[in-house]
Ligand binder design. Structure first.
Ligand code: ATP
Ligand code: LTN
Length: 334
């Protein structure tokens, strides 16, 4: 690993079908960083245990997501690709950071409040601790940049606070990370309700386009997508639904929003929605084919993950050893 390059870390939970929001807001932005930075891309399986999972499905979703990362352009020869639970230091550092984090600040987290409402029968400690484990993921690698969607910026702020608090208390130990969010696509909205983000856990399947949806499903979902009251294809604050579709169209087709507005001027929503669907299909079809091919190649994926866990483990050990020493734990006798 190159010591002069800055370190980038990001992850997605293997909690089900990866959405177009996950792709446009996060994963898509990871690939161009691979040449300029030391990148670590992680499937954060421990995080997904904070809501109820079916064990066999979690296992499958985890391996499918590894294949999807590669299909989306993450190159295991350039980036470190690994599964969070394969590097035990994540959970260990989270414990130390737990002793630095305050209950009050965790209790205020928007995602914790949202998920507590959604899973009222299972408000477990892990759900509250979620951002501390995320801070651990990031700080373990002396990460400087974290590419994420807008919904995760509050968690990143906490990671920064914990790093600074620890550094202040025990002397300089962690790099203080910065969020990397992009102007366009950092918050793709539900196709049925533009006041909420498109989310894997949305029970309304018309609201969410999955990266693995087939052509017909994608066309149907865009056809049924809510629109605004007039008929103009225009990007504007008071036209949240059309603006969301224009953002998706622009990111998938590569055409600017202005050009797209011009192209669809005077045309109906029907034609526009079909064009959005076509642009999305053109992006996802090759990814789907590659994901399927890779998911069937177990030996290859295992090799990638073995190498990833070794590389990440080496870096993680370095930071955790330092942390244990700083807080006053007696090092293991060898
Ligand atoms: P869940 O519904 O299970 O909470 P999620 O869809 O929010 O899942 P995560 O695994 O929590 O997905 O998020 C992975 C990455 O995708 C994060 O960087 C997050 O910011 C980004 N992301 C999630 N939803 C969107 C969205 N609608 N628009 C843009 N980025 C998103
Ligand atoms: N909480 C993130 C997933 C996540 C993550 C991370 C993202 C866990 N650890 C570290 C960036 C860096 C989410 O997207 N829901």
């Amino acid at each position: 690993m190159d010591n002069v390059k800055k370190t980038v870390f990001s992850g997605v939970q293997p909690t089900g079908k990866i959405t177009l929001g996950n792709y446009l807001g996060a994963i898509r932005n990871w690939t161009p960083l691979q040449d300029e930075y030391n990148c670590l891309y992680c499937v954060v399986d421990l995080h997904s245990l904070t809501v109820a999972q079916v064990p066999a499905e979690l296992r499958k979703n985890t391996m499918d997501l590894v294949a999807l990362y590669i299909a989306c352009g993450i190159d295991p020869n350039k980036s470190t690709l690994f599964i969070q639970s394969h590097v035990h230091q994540h959970a260990e550092l989270a414990w130390i950071l737990d002793t630095v984090a305050y209950i009050g600040e965790l209790n205020r987290m928007t995602q914790f409040k949202d998920k507590s409402r959604k899973h009222a029968d299972n408000i477990n400690m892990g759900l509250m601790n979620y951002p501390v484990l995320m801070a651990s993921d990031i700080l373990l690698y002396q990460t400087e940049l974290v590419p994420i969607g807008k919904d995760q910026t509050q968690h990143l702020e906490l990671a920064r606070d914990l790093a600074e608090r620890f550094n202040g208390r025990y002397s300089d130990t962690f790099a203080v990370p910065e969020a990397l969010t992009y102007k366009s696509g950092s918050s793709i909205k539900s196709l049925q309700d533009t006041s909420v983000k498109m989310s894997k856990s949305d029970p309304n399947e018309n609201a969410v386009v999955s990266l693995m949806d087939d052509k017909d499903a994608i066309a149907r979902k865009f056809k049924r997508a809510v629109t605004d009251c007039d008929t103009a294809v225009r990007f504007a604050e008071d036209k949240a639904a059309i603006s969301n579709l224009l953002t998706i169209y622009s990111l998938c087709s590569g055409e600017s929003i202005e050009k797209a507005e011009f192209r669809f001027a005077g045309k109906g929503y029907g034609e526009f929605k079909q064009a959005v669907a076509d642009a999305v299909i053109a992006v996802v079809e090759p990814i789907q084919a590659e994901q399927k091919r890779l998911a069937a190649d177990k030996a290859y994926l295992e090799g990638v993950l073995k190498q990833g866990a070794e590389q990440a483990g080496r870096l993680a050990r370095r930071t955790l050893d330092k942390v244990y020493r700083k807080v006053g734990l007696v090092g293991r006798f060898r």
